[in-house]
Ligand binder design. Structure first.
Ligand SMILES: [Zn+2]
Ligand SMILES: [Zn+2]
Length: 258
């Protein structure tokens, strides 16, 4: 089984002590490729994921300003992002969006920085990775007004109405460890009904570890638990699901790199 973890934060300091071992376990578990999300240290360092992609053949990267860090973005940030988006292993712009749960940056600033990054994505032609929390309708409104390209709703935990809206907009839904949580029946229902050609899987490591690792630091090797659950929900084999999600990732993200 060969899998793609389409969203992980392997640059996180929680991996500083044993990153090599984590990577070894991922490869041994069949995680053949990983998309490192480059929002870790905010605008002060936009290359946290690019460094992983430069170092390891199986890592790809994103660049972007997380909504949490929106207030720290400057003109220099956007110029730097524009440059980094030309890097052949930077496959997407993200994670970007709106987070009204924490409100670490003022909402109007979050929206403005989101819009600026949508413009950058549009110019680059590369897809976007969306983070949205307690901000669904504003997220969709900004997307409708400012974006017409491809994208991923990462760690999708919305209901059927939101899922349909996201799918109608042409986006992919990426499912993570939440799928294995006992109370996540609505998410499993959405995951069951999502068209096969719009499905992706991710860990969001070090966050949101799937059962039976729940509560621990998440790592890419744990993706197999989420894949098993999703395969069970959809009544297909894990191998089949691995092939489907790998194909989707390649079609969506590897158009520029071959
Ligand atoms: Zn996120
Ligand atoms: Zn993330």
């Amino acid at each position: 089984m060969k899998l793609v973890d389409s969203h992980c934060h392997l640059d996180d300091e929680k991996f500083s002590a044993d990153r090599e071992a984590v990577i070894e376990r991922a490869l041994a578990a069949g995680i053949a490729r990983m998309m490192a999300i480059g929002t870790g240290d905010g605008p002060a360092d936009l290359e946290t994921a690019v460094r992983l992609a430069d170092r390891y053949p199986f890592f790809y990267a994103t660049v972007g300003v997380h909504p949490h860090d929106a207030a720290k973005a400057t003109e220099e940030t956007f110029a730097k992002l524009r440059d980094l988006l030309a890097h052949p292993k930077v496959l997407a712009l993200g994670e970007i969006g709106l987070d009204y749960h924490y409100d670490f940056s003022p909402r109007d600033v979050q929206r403005a920085v989101f819009v600026r990054q949508l413009e950058l994505a549009r110019d680059s032609g590369k897809p976007i990775v969306i983070h949205t929390r307690e901000a669904w309708s504003d997220t969709m409104q900004v997307l409708r007004e400012h974006y017409a390209g491809a994208g991923i709703f990462h760690c999708f935990t919305g209901g059927p109405v939101e899922a349909q809206e996201g799918l109608d907009f042409g986006f992919h839904l990426s499912f993570g460890g939440v799928l294995t949580f006992p109370k996540a029946e609505p998410v499993r229902e959405v995951a069951r009904l999502t068209p096969a050609d719009r499905l992706l899987v991710e860990t969001d490591a070090p966050y949101l570890a799937p059962v039976p690792h729940r509560g621990k630091r998440n790592e890419p090797a744990f993706l197999v638990e989420t894949v098993r659950k999703l395969a069970e929900i959809r009544r297909i084999s894990a191998d089949e699901l691995a092939a489907i999600t790998t194909r989707n990732f390649e079609r969506l993200c590897l158009r520029y790199t071959g």
